[in-house]
Write a protein that binds this ligand. Structure first.
Ligand code: SF4
Length: 480
């Protein structure tokens, strides 16, 4: 059978750094400036004014207004995009640079990286902008904190959220409850403890929990922690005998690879890797890349330095999102480019979590199952990513592990085989069903109608309750 007859045709993609000088605001930026993490951090785009200074009349006024409206009415994350990431939008590598105005704006709006890093109001659904079951902290991570920022959800592993900031803020961030600056829509939760006390409490918990062997060191993004503080925490973890795996979570490997290429960081990573190797502990880096467009020589350079420093494995945990990577081609292009050019192992693609205003990004479980089927058999088995649903109160489940699935109403039920830290011994968790919900607009008309009726009944019930409360208040007032 010839390669042309396959549904997916593999081709090796050479990495190219898009020329940042094509953008008006960076015409004079030198290679040296571009390679500097400090320059990148200070030139992040944090608002529409700064984007306008960079893009000028490449974008139309309508696009700027669309962004402004999203920030005011929908955004759950504030704007923060490093130059490295912005430069991968409309890269003009495989195609000529679009003309300023309508042509560039159309390409910008269609761009997969733009679509999740710089969401515009017109991207979002207007029928069901949020699912009725969407919530802040949709995975209930804070409910499972055993020390502030330390989530103990699975029996043998924990998630340590060291800090609530990142070098970049992603529109779909599942930790929108805690991470980043408050937006017009979301006042962020604030960590109460002093950083040093919180980290001490985490270490104390881990020392007293011999059943925990695996720590995901995350945030936010560990790239925003001063290196000496991060190194100190990692060295303390490495002194705990029961900790056998440490995974550092950083999207900055893609968003700000200049950070991970800085000599002081590379040297520090070398010290930590050496200590981990001497103690037989697996030190891995987990990153978050959603589209092949994000992989450039700067990213590959950083991953090479990480491997040379002794990091055992670099794995990708992407998020499956509509218009970004929701086709077999987009997923396989990303996975092959990571493997071939940057030694990153495709690991997971998460279904997008049920946070507010995420419906336009989310896929149904049926779509995710279909994608998983479509990508099997092309990559080596060890590099074939699992598409997983992070089910509230459960954790990651492979999309084909669903127990029951009502496709008409888009309700899937899941089970688990362990207790989280919030369930007492009296709860039989293994026979309890936990629900996840498809985006309503993906359902057949009968299912959509059912949800509209639920909404209308809910609205009627809420109005009735409000009337009763008002009547009770007026009775009370007349008695006073
Ligand atoms: S890098 Fe991760 S934690 Fe930070 S905003 Fe993006 S998704 Fe959220």
């Amino acid at each position: 059978m010839s390669a042309m007859e396959q549904p997916y045709v593999y081709r090796r993609r050479e990495l190219v750094e898009p020329d940042w000088r094509r953008l008006p605001g960076w015409r004079d930026v030198t290679d040296k400036e571009w390679a500097s993490a400090q320059w990148q951090r200070t030139r992040c785009v944090k608002n529409v004014r700064q984007l306008r200074e960079l893009m000028g009349d490449l974008l139309t006024e309508e696009v700027y207004a669309d962004l402004e409206r999203d920030q005011a009415e929908r955004a759950t994350m504030s704007m923060l995009v490093p130059p490295q990431m912005l430069n991968t939008m409309v890269p003009a590598v495989d195609a000529p640079m679009p003309a300023a105005g309508a042509e560039f704006s159309a390409a910008f709006l269609a761009d997969p990286v733009r679509r999740y890093m710089l969401p515009v109001y017109s991207d979002r659904r207007t029928d069901w902008a949020s699912h009725p079951h969407a919530s802040r902290d949709s995975l209930h991570e804070a409910d499972m904190w055993v020390a502030e920022g330390l989530t103990h959800r699975y029996p043998t592993k924990v998630l340590a959220e060291l800090l609530p900031t990142c070098p970049q803020y992603c529109g779909h961030c599942t930790r929108m409850d805690l991470v980043g600056n408050s937006t017009a829509q979301v006042t962020k939760l604030k960590l109460a403890g002093k950083p040093v006390d919180r980290l001490d409490a985490m270490i104390d918990y881990l020392k007293g929990s011999p059943q925990v062997r695996d720590v995901v060191v995350s945030g936010g993004d560990v790239a925003n922690m001063p290196w000496k503080n991060l190194e100190s925490f990692l060295m303390r973890l490495l002194e705990i005998d029961n900790i056998r795996d440490i995974r550092l979570a950083t999207k900055a490997l893609m968003g700000l690879p200049q950070h991970w290429s800085a000599p002081d960081v590379v040297e520090g990573l070398g010290r930590v890797s050496w200590t981990a190797a001497c103690r037989g502990v697996g030190l891995a880096v987990h990153t978050h890349i959603n589209n092949a467009q994000s992989l450039t020589p700067s990213v590959a350079h950083a991953t090479r330095l990480m491997h040379e420093a002794g990091v055992r494995s670099i794995r990708n945990q992407g998020v499956l999102m509509r218009g970004i990577n929701d086709s077999p081609e987009a997923l396989l292009d990303l996975c092959f480019t990571m493997r071939d050019e940057a030694a990153i192992n495709p690991y997971y693609f998460y279904m997008c979590d049920m946070i507010p205003f995420s419906e336009h990004w989310r896929l149904s479980l049926a779509e995710a199952q279909q994608l998983q089927h479509a990508i099997m058999g092309y990559l080596p088995g060890f590099a074939t990513p699992r598409i997983v649903c992070d089910v509230p109160f459960v954790g990651k489940r492979w999309v084909h592990q669903v127990e029951e699935y009502d496709r008409e109403r888009g309700i899937s039920l899941w089970r688990k085989n362990y207790r989280t830290s919030i369930e007492g011994e009296e709860v039989d968790v293994t026979s309890t069903d936990y629900a996840y919900y498809d985006p309503i607009y993906t359902l057949p008309e009968s299912g959509q109608r059912w949800w509209r009726e639920q909404r209308d009944e809910g609205a009627v019930a809420a109005a009735h309750a409000a009337e009763l409360a008002a009547a009770a208040a007026s009775r009370t007032a007349s008695l006073v």
